[in-house]
Design a protein around this ligand. Structure first.
Ligand code: HEM
Length: 435
């Protein structure tokens, strides 16, 4: 191990390093991979950081959690999520809490969410018909927040509440420099974190006083007990609910917007997906009927491959190790790259093409090598809300295709990648009921 060198790359500018370029340039990693190969190092926020892409790299990082690697978020994210958040917990406590929080996403809980998902979807689809032309991305953000608000904490029209406004400001500070001053993005976000926690505490106390915990995810978490029979404490409950609100919101908004964008750009795929939906018109949507929509399943997988909502995950090296012939020194950061793995031509045929057929049973390109299609990550930190996200995406897509159509208006479709990918002008469309 001592004879190995660290990966190629630059560790210049001691404090910020290449942080600004990383946040602003969507091709930051692609350019450096072109120069240095599949592994390179750089300096982000004072930390030497190694970027790794490819199925083998994902396998290595995601299968050695708590052995060689431990989760590590940028300082701004850590402070805004809060110390008791599942996303920051590690080791045995993390596994125990995961089991507990997962109760909110069991198949029985998911089946109970379907009628609410369907009702909120119908309400928004009809609103968009009435608008005729709209900027879809902010609408989709409200849609996913209304769903998260209702299904997680039982709040109606959540996007229009005070909580919704605090949440939007909180999100804006997540990937910022952690300078806590009243006028900085981070400072404003931190203040909103405090307001959000107060709001959540009121909600929790009301439930406790009413003696009824409710059938939403908060209700499930209020009833849940750990292996020692203990409930979650109030402080932890607030951090965990805040994490779920966040995790289930930005990511899904990005995925929905990408679905709408890519289908508008690929009318043959839209037509075929719509043809499949004609069998389901008038059939009540349930987990069972959604499972039968196999072409739509391929389309959604391809959307998540082409524009991965989460570009990658940060880890810290717990113990020096070797990968690809290079040393990854203890204390350094690594970023496993989801988006660039999805663009790897050794894993996906013509990866630049939008081609849902690559996920058909005959081709199944994602099954050739493990950890090649990883929109939800993998290993012990795989997305906790994966099945919920897949349900929400599919139900929305089915309803949209069954009754409505849309076309793009002239605009800048360049993808902005922070905090999650979306078109620069917010996806302007004409929206109408399908004739
Ligand atoms: C973790 C993606 C939706 C809850 C993750 C990770 C990814 C991801 C890649 C792992 C990050 C890492 O390895 O560091 C996505 C995508 C979504 C989505 C693409 C939508 C299309 C959701 C939803 C929820 C959720 C709807 C819950 C309501 C979580 C949580 C974690 C997580 C709690 C942390 C798990 C842990 O650390 O053990 N997600 N996610 N996600 N996701 Fe999702």
């Amino acid at each position: 191990m001592s004879s190995l060198t660290t990966p190629p790359g630059q560790l210049r500018l001691p404090l910020l390093g290449e942080t600004l370029a990383f946040l602003r340039d969507p091709d930051f990693a692609k350019k450096r991979h072109r120069q240095y190969g599949p592994i390179f190092k750089t300096q982000l926020l004072g930390n030497p950081t190694v970027f790794l892409k490819g199925a083998a790299a994902n396998d290595f990082v995601l299968s050695h959690e708590n052995q060689f690697f431990v989760v590590s978020w940028p300082p701004s994210v850590k402070r805004l999520l809060g110390p008791l958040s599942l996303a920051l917990q590690t080791g045995a406590l993390h596994l125990q809490r995961r089991k507990l929080l997962a109760q909110a996403f069991q198949p029985r809980a998911l089946a109970g969410y379907v009628p609410v998902l369907a009702a909120i979807s119908e309400q928004y689809l009809e609103r968009w018909v009435a608008l005729e032309t709209l900027t879809w991305y902010p609408e989709l953000r409200n849609y996913t927040f209304d769903i998260a608000g209702k299904l997680l904490i039982g709040l109606d029209d959540a996007a229009q509440t005070e909580l919704g406004h605090w949440f939007a400001t909180w999100c804006e500070g997540l990937f910022s420099l952690p300078l806590r001053l009243p006028w900085t993005r981070f400072g404003k976000a931190f203040r909103c974190r405090e307001q959000l926690l107060t709001g959540l505490e009121t909600l929790i106390r009301e439930r406790q006083q009413a003696g009824s915990q409710g059938s939403d995810a908060l209700g499930v978490l209020l009833r849940a007990r750990d292996e020692d029979g203990q409930p979650l404490g109030l402080e932890e409950l607030k951090d965990q609910v805040l994490l779920l609100l966040f995790a289930g919101h930005e990511t899904l908004t990005s995925a929905l917007a990408s679905f709408c964008l890519l289908l508008a750009q690929h009318p043959a795929v839209k037509d075929r997906a719509r043809a499949e939906q004609s069998q389901f018109r008038g059939v009540p949507l349930s987990l069972e009927t959604l499972k039968q929509m196999t072409y739509l399943e391929q389309v959604l997988k391809e959307v998540l491959r082409c524009i991965a909502p989460v570009g990658g995950g940060f880890r810290q090296v717990l113990q020096s190790c070797e990968f690809g012939g290079f040393l990854l020194p203890q204390g350094w950061s690594v970023l496993y790259e989801i988006n660039l793995t999805h663009q790897d031509s050794e894993l996906f045929l013509a990866p630049e093409q939008f081609d849902p057929g690559r996920f058909s049973p005959e081709r199944a390109e994602d099954k050739v090598k493990p950890f090649s299609h990883v929109p939800f990550g993998g290993g012990v930190r795989e997305c906790l809300g994966k099945e919920f996200a897949r349900l929400e995406l599919k139900l929305f897509a089915a309803k949209l295709l069954q009754g409505y159509d849309w076309s793009l208006l002239p605009q800048d479709l360049t993808l902005v990648t922070v905090p999650t990918p979306h078109p620069k002008d917010g996806l302007k469309v004409r929206f109408y009921r399908q004739p």
